[in-house]
Design a protein around this ligand. Structure first.
Ligand SMILES: NC(=O)c1ccc[n+]([C@@H]2O[C@H](COP(=O)([O-])OP(=O)(O)OC[C@H]3O[C@@H](n4cnc5c(N)ncnc54)[C@H](O)[C@@H]3O)[C@@H](O)[C@H]2O)c1
Length: 285
C-alpha cells in the first residue's frame, strides 16, 4: 500500500500559535530583523534561544518577550567565534535535547569598502560576518535537528546576493553564498526532515540600515522607489520567517524569497511621475 497519502500534510491545529512548543535558535536577535523574528516566534508559542553579541540588546529582546508571557533565554555569543558557538550549542542542547528552528540572521555590509580599496583582511572580515557563522552555527545544530525528527533552517541574506551589488561585490558574493548554501543544504537534507530556505532582505528599517534618519526629504519618493510604494519594516521580514519556520511551508524547501517590496523584480525600471508609468531608458524623472 502506498505511503503517499494526504495524511502526510501536517495539520495546523492553531493558526494563532503556529510554533507552539518549538525551540527556535535565532542569531542576532537583539535588534532589527532578528528582534522582530524573536518576538513574533515567541508570540506563536516558540521557546527562543537567542545568540546575540550585544548584552543590552539581548536584554531588551528578552525583557519584551518575558513581559508578553513568552519563553526566552539569551546568550552573549559572537557567532563568528567557533568556541563561543560550541558553548552556546552545549547549553541549548543540554536544556532542550534538540532544536526545531534555526534562523541565521547576523550579517552586515559595514564597513563598506570599495573593491579597489579592499584587501585580504577586509574580505576576511566580510566573510566572517556574512557567511562563516552560517557554517559554524548550522554545523553546530544540524545533527541534533536531524536526530530530533527534523526542522526548518532560515538564512537571512540579501537581495544583493540575488542581483548585482555594484558598490560592494565582496558583500554581494557572500550573500549569494548564503543564498546558494540554503539551496544546496535543502537538497541534501530534505529526506532527513530538514527544510532550508532563505530570505533576501532589502529596504528594511533597522539600526543597521536607517532609511529614515539617514535620508532627509525622501518621504514622497518611496512611492516611485519600491514597487509596493513604502519602506519595509522588521515585521515584514518576521512574517515571512514565521511562514518558513512553521508547517504552513511544510512543502517549501531550497528557495530564497526576496522580501524587498519588489525591488528585486523592479530593478532597472524607474517610475516617471510625469508620464505616470515605468520607464527603462534614460529620462528626467
Ligand atoms: N535592513 C536591511 O534593509 C537589510 C538589507 C539587506 C540585508 N539585510 C540582512 O538582514 C540581516 C539582519 O539585518 P538588520 O538590518 O536587522 O541588522 P542590525 O545590525 O540592525 O541587527 C543585527 C543584530 O545582530 C547582532 N550581531 C551583530 N554581529 C553579531 C555577532 N557577531 N554575533 C552575534 N550577534 C551579532 C547585532 O548586535 C544586532 O542586534 C543581516 O544579515 C543583514 O545583512 C538587511
Amino acid at each position: 500500500m502506498s505511503t503517499q497519502t494526504p495524511d502526510n500534510v501536517p495539520e495546523i491545529n492553531n493558526w494563532n500559535r503556529l510554533l507552539e512548543g518549538k525551540v527556535a535558535v535565532v542569531t542576532g536577535g537583539g535588534a532589527g530583523i532578528g528582534k522582530a523574528i524573536c518576538e513574533l516566534f515567541a508570540e506563536h508559542g516558540a521557546h527562543l534561544e537567542i545568540a546575540e553579541i550585544d548584552p543590552d540588546r539581548a536584554n531588551e529582546t528578552t525583557e519584551t518577550i518575558l513581559s508578553d508571557g513568552g519563553h526566552v533565554s539569551s546568550h552573549i555569543v559572537d557567532v563568528r567565534n567557533k568556541n563561543e558557538v560550541d558553548d552556546f550549542k552545549e547549553t541549548v542542547l543540554a536544556r532542550h535535547g534538540s532544536i526545531d528552528i534555526l534562523v541565521n540572521n547576523v550579517g552586515d555590509y559595514r564597513p563598506l569598502v570599495r573593491f579597489l580599496d579592499s584587501s585580504p583582511e577586509s574580505w576576511k572580515e566580510m566573510y566572517d560576518i556574512n557567511f562563516h557563522h552560517l557554517l559554524l552555527v548550522t554545523h553546530a545544530f544540524l545533527q541534533s535537528m536531524i536526530d530530533g525528527g527534523g526542522g526548518s533552517i532560515i538564512n537571512i541574506h540579501s537581495v544583493e546576493g540575488m542581483r548585482a551589488y555594484p558598490s560592494e561585490p565582496v558583500y554581494g558574493a557572500l550573500k549569494a553564498a548564503a543564498n546558494h548554501f540554503s539551496t544546496c543544504l535543502a537538497a541534501g537534507y530534505g529526506r532527513h526532515g530538514i527544510r532550508v530556505n532563505g530570505i533576501g532582505v532589502d529596504l528594511t528599517q533597522t539600526p543597521q540600515v536607517d532609511y529614515i534618519s539617514g535620508y532627509e526629504d525622501v518621504e514622497n519618493l518611496w512611492e516611485s522607489w519600491a514597487p509596493v510604494g513604502r519602506l519595509g519594516w522588521p515585521e515584514d521580514q518576521a512574517r515571512v520567517a514565521l511562514f518558513l519556520a512553521s508547517d504552513l511551508s511544510a512543502y517549501v524547501t531550497g528557495h530564497n524569497i526576496p522580501v524587498d517590496g519588489g525591488s528585486h523584480v523592479g530593478g532597472g525600471w524607474f517610475f516617471s511621475p510625469d508620464e505616470k508609468r515605468f520607464v527603462n531608458r534614460p529620462k528626467n524623472l
